[in-house]
Design a protein around this ligand. Sequence first.
Ligand code: GCU
Length: 715
Amino acid sequence: TSIVVENAGQNPVHRHTRNLRMEPGAREKLVATSLEAARDELDRGLDGLLDRDVPVTERPGEPVPDGAVVVGTPGSSPLVRESVPAADLAGVGEEGYVVRSVTRGEGGYTVVAGNTEVGALYGTYAFLRLVQTRKPVTDLDISESPKIRNRHLNNWETVRLYAGNNADGTGGLNGENGSVFNFAATGPSAGRNLPVVLDRYIVVARALASTGINGITVNLVNADNVYLTDAYIEQEAALADALRPYGVTIALSINYTAPTDPRFAPDTLTEAQLDPYGDAFRGWWNRRARTIQQAVPDFTGFTVKANSEGQPGPQDFGYDHGDGANGIGAALEPLGMTVYWRTFVYDADVDSDRLKRAYLEFGPIDDEVQEDGSEGRVAENVFLQTKNGPLDFQAREPVHPMFGRMENTNQALELQITQEYTGQNTMLAYLGPMWQEVLRTDTYATDEDGGLLEHRRVGDIVDGTAQGHPDTAIVGVANLGNAANLTGHHFSQANLYAFGRMAWDWTQDSGRLADDWVRMTWSNEGPVADTVVRMMTGSWEALAGYQTPLGIGHQFAADVHYDPYPSQWFVRDDWSPVYYNRADSAGLGYDRSPTGSNLAAQYFPVLRERYSDIRTTPEDLLMWFHHVPWGHRMESGRTFWEELVGRYQTGVQYVTWMREAWDSLEPSIGARRFAEVREKLAAHEADARNWRDTCVDYWREFSGRPMPVDQGPAS
Ligand code: GCU
């Protein structure tokens, strides 16, 4: 075989070419085009997978060598032009690709074609995936394009404990400055800070592009204005240059009151000028964004966390979220940029039930009739970015009631890749099945006359089919570190992978994605791969079992979000585990049915009724909606108390099984990675037991019931 990429260097995309440099001794190469990236991926990938030196040519001469892989666009490559009819490519759009086997006489070649170079790069990764997972690569005829346009990461770079570092911030994988991206000109890695491009930025770019992710907000949502300063913009420009050939664009998190920050003097505003309808406010944001655009021409926009967890926002100045979002939206609109306005708000004055607050704030803005008679106030270039569930990235939540209810507003779904509440970098928890459950949840959304919409699953709403929005977005919260695997735990990388693949096509099966990842990461040997896939596919359900079974909300110790502490009281009651569990002698769980807070009423009628009745609420969500009597009869025939203890127990048993299953794989896995995972699984098992024992012991004080036989804590 051979690799043919014609005119690979034709369209360089760097802005800072002259300044742009890799760190001394870099292993990765700085490429200037997506076709060069594709060529290098094939070169490296096929050499490694086939264990021989596969020749690369830019101009093949005639004829194309048999078995060659030809990559390009109709514009870059005469060969692509003659091999793939324009009409076939037309259907795959800007980022899609066609991978096709072309027969010529006795032989033939494979063509990987995109309308754009990035499309061809995505096709290249898809082709390599087939080779790497040992799928047939003859008679190919694949056409693919993403279902969602913005497949975006939010990198929470300074939240170190979730993925990269030890909880105390020491000795961790993010050791340098807490971020995979190094902006700091002082500290241990001074001199290696941007604009110097580190190897790992290219690794990040390759990792993201290989799964289909095409954007990243580089800084934490609790934003520091330093990222908007001229000095940082220069650094961001270098990063954007390095990522651009891989189709990855950057965005920034901003702080609503940045215009008043003296760091921008003399261009600063007074608080009185923070009127989202005023020229001062809009002009300021437009100028800042324009400055960024000059350095980063494909800069995509801003992520905003406002009036949430102490962040400032429009409500501090007498305006609401719609006013604030539209103010910044209007500033960015002429520049073709987008605002991702987060809906993670829970102002205690809005309602006593934290889970109801976001919809109560945003719903009326969506319903509002405008002067021109249209409905909904939020501007076209604003996404409301909403977490999958109404609380905060717990192992299992009902879907957020806002999905589908915001008929007139563009909604972006926010999922959490980094395992903040799902075991951090200790527990093996593959979240693909959770996201599959979320994306496939039927919202039972109705049209104006109350008839059920045809397309109404969460995925249909996010990909624009349900409500006809042309721009679409899905966002994954990541916390990339500088470990070789970027994520701290070897298996956490699977979550990054699955997020990207599902962002591209949310209908994909999480088990199949796990299978792909395992074959590319661990082993192609059937029994080995099957065992690892089996470990992964049940791991999330196990986690939900030993942490928060049957819908028992947030039971985490303060701040750390790792250990259990069901009895802990905080000053703010809606931060206390006790607030969610409501344990008493009658039962356990938070009544959100019509006899309680009636969160259920925020859903469309079918779900509203289902969640209102303890008999029809899915058992996995039971305590999100009901205060469940200890003696309540469950589907299994057991009492609620017995079932609850059983769930904790089976969750732990699964972890024990994972540890044993992993041990059985020792002969098939490289020694270092085998040992690293083994060590994690040992800690995982101990911590899962701790969850079970701490919680069951505490619930028992209230239930007053005996431990169910054979199901009690046995550690
Ligand atoms: C969680 C997390 C915070 C984060 C917040 C958010 O509460 O613990 O660190 O800032 O989510 O989504 O904004």
